[in-house]
Design a protein around this ligand. Sequence first.
Ligand code: SF4
Length: 575
Amino acid sequence: MPRILRINCRTKEYAFQEVGPYVNLGGRALTSRIINREVPASCHPLSSENKLVFATGLLGGSTAANSGRLSVGTKSPLTGGIKESNSGGLFAHKMPKMDLLAIVLEDKPAKEAPFSTLFISEDKVEFRDAGDIVGMDNYPAHDKLLEAYGDKLVAGMIGPAGETLRKTATIQFTDPYKRPARSAGRGGVGAVMGSKKIKAIILDPEVNNKVAAADNDAFKSARTNWVKILKGHPVTSEGLPGFGTAVLVNVINEAGALPTKNFRLGQCDHAADISGEKMAETIESRKGKTTEGCHTGCVIQCSQQYNDKDGNYLTSGFEYETIWAFGANALIKDLDAIATMDRICDEKGMDTIEIGNTVAVAMDGGIIPWGDGQAAIELLKKVGTDDPMGMIIGNGVVAAGDAFGVDRLPVVKNQSMPAYDPRAVKGVGVTYATTAMGADHTAGYGVTANVLGVGGTVDGLKKEGNVELSKNLQVATASIDSMGFCLFVAFAVLDAEDGVQTMADLVQAYTGNAFSVDDLIALGANAMKDEQDFNERAGFSKVDDRLPRFMEIEPLPPHEVVWDFDEDEVQGAKA
Ligand code: SF4
């Protein structure tokens, strides 16, 4: 029976509970319901009243392809609203093998209390001394945990950014290659874990209970069809495995929507130097790996291993968003410098989107020169130390804008925008404006119809059809996150007649509970309602659904378009 494990980080008491009112929920639907019901919306995100929830999806632990994503939910220190931060790695598939649907960290100890490592076993939780890994970067700390717990280690951990409560802090998770390279990246979830004085969470390597589908024959049949759907679409069978998500650099640049020089231009002169094609060529010449999965059971394999000039491992999970943020938006041309920054972000435990945008703001404020990769690397190294510059950078774009006197800040609800300029990809812009998460492309990826022609076509330069597009994608995405699927399955699902039905069939066969396409849609819509409800009670209103003023008055080259929706026009994108 799946259980919810609650751990009080102050008293060190814990309880394994039945799911009770949270039955039939998983992933994001579960984290958002728990946060909405149990966390006072007005609380400070780093206070004892906030909670940190780790939830596996409805298909967690199953052999359905691409169903091992983890949802991490909390009240965000960055946005002040609800947050679901999504990660790959081994954690989500391991939880059901310990009969766990969710782990909820509650309360917090005194500020001066030492950090602990939580060791979670089948019916027991231990607070172990984390003194040997506190203050360490994630890779060396993870190596120490591997030494202590062996090759079957599955951990979630924070780096120096999380320990020092920075608003860009991530939680890093063990990947299939024994690296802490997968991140719950957005919204400062690592700072909440740091406030609770938990350096790492380890799931007992010795517990690996068998998980079986309730209706094995139906599950196997749906699973076969599911793989066929994923393998039958060019984006999920060729584009993503061939060049990673960085395949988008050239595509979005061509569309005139690649934010460049802190969102001044829609095209970048050196796009070819930082493209997915260039990355793949570099990886191959250095005997890295152009394709790998972030969790077991991924059949798309958009990740990769990027080696340095000497052929030694440098980083992995080297995403389009990261390459864009440091490459186009901060004008850094050297892919090796960008890869080094990606690794530093994983080491310190920092969100590459927020940090990349922050570096661009620092350049805009004259703190370091535009395009200077080495200066950016030195800035990043200061995060997690007691250097005041590191404190500013580690707190993200708004903190940096305030400190450096920069008035063009590409944020919504205090979270910085990812790699699509909303003026030229308005379907994504509507999502940035209306999702409860703050600017977040993964909440409703309008690039599909605006640029890629997947799931239909809607002109990204015009207003028509983009509110509806965003709304449909936001609901679908919340459902996908709640089932535990990787978001990229959407490319194939949107173009497959039986795609949504097959996802519903998988859930029904795995859980044994009736689950229709309507239930699937309601799962996502209800998650969004929980999120909107929490944010309203936290003090958000429709004026927070605006994009930054500069985007309304500065036309974006080459299409010379502005953001021309007002907050009333985008309300229809909400659930
Ligand atoms: S497609 Fe990429 S993000 Fe999705 S599960 Fe596979 S490796 Fe992870």
